[in-house]
Design a protein around this ligand. Structure first.
Ligand SMILES: C[S@@+](CC[C@H](N)C(=O)[O-])C[C@H]1O[C@@H](n2cnc3c(N)ncnc32)[C@H](O)[C@@H]1O
Length: 427
């Protein structure tokens, strides 16, 4: 029943997406003729298409071999801080007394260009950009509650940063509205959130390959930003100084009619969701992190508390308290080191150093303690997900909200599976 419900929802979602692609057909034609008129040439034939697992992406219309340039975009088609500085916004930016980050500069430009509509030279580009994002900053409170607790905190932090950034820019936005009445009423917080996530989810990084003016900055790259992410592919990307184009060379071949992917980086699912609004099934970069509090809780029943605290300080001084977690591959080195250290009885810092950095054989009792505590920590973590997995009566009217809830639940399921796998290995 549940499977059937999921299939039906999936179909509904695909239908909505297909309608969106059809509706956009004309926009794509306009995008391509605009790109061509600005010097773009399609080196590898790719076209926008809808894919079952990832939504819109780019499809290879011919087979693509490793080493092939998949997209080559002339510099004039990139939106960078330099583009903004050359624009009508420059005098107002210069007069503003607060320093803007590159993300803020680009977000303001994106928001203004979107608001200018037909008057914007980037119209054809903004026409194909999604109206909404599926990052948790767009989630309802109900959907946020479905996320793991520490991720909920990160979402709140992200929203606060966005609000603070908007407040900081308020004076400048008022000035812009005064000078350019056509954007009036279109520079609200919601518009800023949209622009910020457009920049955050779609920008490429211009590396310091050349000592140019864009060294180490971000850029929006029309068309190229229709490429989705896969952790299984490898690409090389950067400015080609010879033709002044931003190019992506794939190191992974793709067959005809398959989706062409790039790699956004070694992100775990929490980062992918927070920053990009999606997750990867069986993400090899997924690590379930444990806090020192969670570890401490497991050891309280064995050690006197002050000894546990001292051992935790010992780990903190050596920066071993971060990255304590587990992945598909097993427990991280830092977690194993912490478990070993917290299990030993001897109270000597010299010995603790040997336990962490050298192969000191633990007694059978200590090894048993390591396994027991690992199990305790993992089982405790599972309880957090189990509480969330209690079926809710509520049916989500809004298609978008129910998609967000399912996304949050899928993330929890992925993490749960990793923990279950490690628990099984501990048996
Ligand atoms: C640079 S855009 C890629 C094109 C985008 N799909 C579109 O239709 O405009 C990045 C966004 O694509 C989506 N995305 C990228 N890779 C994905 C994947 N493997 N699965 C699902 N969504 C993905 C996410 O919404 C992400 O924020």
């Amino acid at each position: 029943m549940c499977e059937m419900g999921r299939t039906l929802r999936r179909r509904k979602w695909l239908k909505a997406q297909q309608a969106c692609i059809n509706q956009h057909k004309k926009s794509y034609q306009q995008l391509f003729s605009w790109l061509r008129s600005n010097g773009f040439t399609m080196i590898t034939k790719l076209k926008p298409a809808l894919f079952k697992d990832t939504g819109r992406g780019l499809m290879a219309c011919e087979s693509v071999s490793a080493g092939q340039v998949i997209v080559s975009l002339p510099r004039n088609l990139l939106i960078t801080s330099e583009t903004v500085k050359r624009s009508y916004l420059l005098p107002l930016l210069q007069l503003y007394n607060k320093e803007l980050t590159p993300e803020e500069t680009l977000s303001i430009f994106v928001m203004c260009e979107k608001a200018r509509g037909q008057k914007s030279p980037w119209l054809q580009y903004f026409d194909i950009i999604p109206e909404f994002y599926s990052t948790p900053a767009y989630f309802s409170q109900e959907a946020i509650k479905e996320l793991p607790y520490s991720l909920q905190e990160n979402v709140q932090i992200q929203i606060c940063c966005l609000q603070r950034s908007y407040q900081k820019l308020k004076g400048l936005l008022l000035q812009i509205e005064n000078f350019f009445p056509e954007v009036k009423g279109q520079l609200t917080f919601k518009d800023y959130r949209w622009a910020w996530f457009t920049v955050n989810t779609r920008c490429v990084y211009l590396r310091a390959a050349c000592k140019g003016e864009n060294e180490g900055s971000f850029a929006l790259a029309p068309f190229l930003d229709l490429l989705n992410h896969s952790s299984h592919v490898q690409v090389k990307a950067g400015m080609n100084q010879e033709n002044n184009c931003y190019e992506i060379v794939t190191l992974t071949p793709f067959s005809k009619y398959s989706q062409v992917f790039i790699n956004y980086g070694n992100h775990d699912n929490r980062r992918l969701l927070l920053e990009y609004g999606f997750i990867l099934p069986s993400n090899p970069n997924d690590i379930i992190q444990f806090s020192s509090e969670e570890i401490k809780c497991a050891f309280e029943k064995y050690d006197q508390l002050h000894v546990t605290d001292e051992k935790l300080s010992f780990l903190r001084e050596r920066k071993l308290l971060s990255s304590m977690g587990c992945s598909q591959e097993g427990m991280t080195w830092n977690l194993v080191a912490a478990l070993k250290l917290l299990s030993v009885r001897k109270h000597s810092r010299e010995f603790w150093n040997m336990v962490v950095y050298e192969e000191v054989e633990l007694s059978q009792q200590e090894q048993k303690k390591v396994a027991e505590c690992a199990r305790f920590i993992l089982v405790n973590k599972l309880k957090e997900y189990e509480k969330k997995a209690v079926p809710k009566k509520k049916s989500y009217e809004n298609l978008r909200e129910s998609f967000h809830v399912r996304l949050a639940q899928a993330l929890c399921r992925e993490e749960q599976n990793i923990i279950l796998k490690i628990l099984k290995e501990l048996e």
